[in-house]
Design a protein. Structure first.
Length: 428
């Protein structure tokens, strides 16, 4: 799961003389790519854990470096895009992803774990630049009233990437291990070189596609928001930032442990290849839930939908921690369905009524995605001192806060909160 970053200050192109359908189709490939690569971490973690004989905390450094890049690079990426524009930003992001993927080859050759982590940081930095560029560009490809539907469709493609990524990783990474019967880091070289090559080819394609040029807009000046105050004075925003931190951390953390969890004899006793394939069901459930959630949040107060989903997730995690066999496996997989609407719902509720502070508030919420770096480490520590099954208490506690936040916002927002806003649309 990764969060998708989108500018809140977007130009909407309304000219009838331009046809943006081809440009939109080209942009959806980018949403697919970063969903695909992000979900690969769920396969990479158990493989590197075995290859380098890591404990769970050490293995979760994969997510720490990956999502840590969001926190560090988001503001830098925004400044870069304001200088070079969206299209050059897209090409820069793709080439940075390729550079990160390419680092996996020497990392595997010399067998040094920290080089893999460096490669992941570079790769995730490229994804951050790509997201800061692609989301507002897609929103700008047409009239403002249809921007939300464009982002919804693009995010559906992103979810497809999340669903297919683990299958790709399972076949090429775990498949190589099954064929050679040797667990080492070199089995990641081919898939990540393929990804590097694919992103370079796509970057070249974007260079010559002659897509419409849309200029990025600078942020609202500080003095324009002076009368509104500081974002640190906005209680709902700060509570929402904590919600984003915990939600992203919980979603990513659960996905990170699934392969190791499903291979345990008392849970499902699956092979790594079969367990890797089952990870796709977790992300696929989120994709399906996204369509159901989009409908429900139109007819039911979004805070109530968020609260209900949080309750269901806590019940499912309690079930998986207190049971065994395939029941425990399917209980945790089902969490993906109820995760689906959480990020966009929390995000939108948090920025309601910020006015001139919306852009800065959105930036704070995007940086809160760093929860994906921290929560997996905490769950890893609990798994090391107890068991993987018991460690699911960590994300379960995160959803307790999300439930509390949903109930708080239910009392403090109008009955018809609009979730499908152009300013945000995100998932992990």
């Amino acid at each position: 799961m990764a969060g998708n970053i989108v500018s809140t200050s977007t130009i909407y192109q309304t000219s009838d003389d331009k046809n943006y359908h081809f440009a939109f189709a080209a942009m959806t490939t980018l949403f697919f790519i970063w969903g695909f690569i992000t979900a690969l971490n769920d396969i990479l973690i158990p493989h590197l854990k075995a290859a380098f004989d890591l404990n769970y905390v050490q293995a979760m450094l994969v997510q720490f470096c990956f999502f840590g890049a969001y926190f560090i690079m988001s503001p830098l990426a925004g400044k870069l895009i304001s200088k070079i524009g969206y299209l050059k930003g897209i090409i820069t992001g793709l080439l940075t992803i390729a550079a990160g993927c390419s680092l996996f080859y020497p990392a595997a050759e010399i067998g040094v774990y920290w080089v893999f982590l460096a490669g992941l940081f570079v790769l995730a930095s490229g994804i951050t630049i790509l997201q800061v560029s692609a989301n507002p560009y897609v929103a700008s490809l047409g009239a403002e009233k249809t921007a939300a539907s464009r982002l919804n469709l693009a995010q559906a493609i992103n979810s497809l990437g999340h669903t297919l990524g683990p299958i790709f990783g399972t076949v090429l990474i775990f498949g190589a291990v099954a064929h050679t019967e040797v667990i080492d880091a070199k089995s990641v070289q081919l898939p990540y070189l393929l990804l590097a090559g694919a992103t370079i080819i796509i970057a070249i394609g974007f260079k010559f596609l002659h897509l419409p040029t849309i200029d990025a807009i600078a942020e609202v000046p500080d003095e324009a928001a002076a009368d509104t105050g500081s974002i640190w004075q906005q209680k709902s925003l700060l509570l929402g930032a904590a919600g984003i931190f915990l939600y992203v951390g919980a979603e990513v953390s659960i996905g990170s442990f699934l392969v190791n969890y499903f291979t345990q004899e008392d849970i499902a006793g699956l092979t790594e290849m079969r367990a890797g394939e089952m990870v796709s069901y977790y992300w696929g459930a989120a994709m399906i839930g996204r369509f159901a959630g989009a409908y429900l949040t139109r007819i039911i107060k979004p805070s109530y939908v968020l609260a209900t989903n949080a309750v269901f997730v806590m019940i499912l995690l309690a079930m998986t921690m207190s049971s065994s066999g395939h029941f425990a496996m399917w209980a945790v997989i089902s969490v993906g369905f109820f995760n689906s609407i959480m990020f966009p719902t929390i995000f939108t509720l948090a920025i309601r009524g910020l006015g001139p502070l919306t852009s800065k508030g959105s930036g704070l919420l995007c940086q809160a995605i760093v929860g994906g770096a921290i929560i997996p480490l905490i769950q890893g520590y609990v798994a090391d001192i107890s068991s993987v099954q018991a460690s699911f208490i960590v994300p379960a506690l995160a959803y307790v806060y999300i439930l509390a936040y949903a109930l708080y916002t239910a009392k403090n927002t109008p009955n018809k909160a609009i979730i499908n806003q152009v300013t945000i649309k995100a998932e992990l």
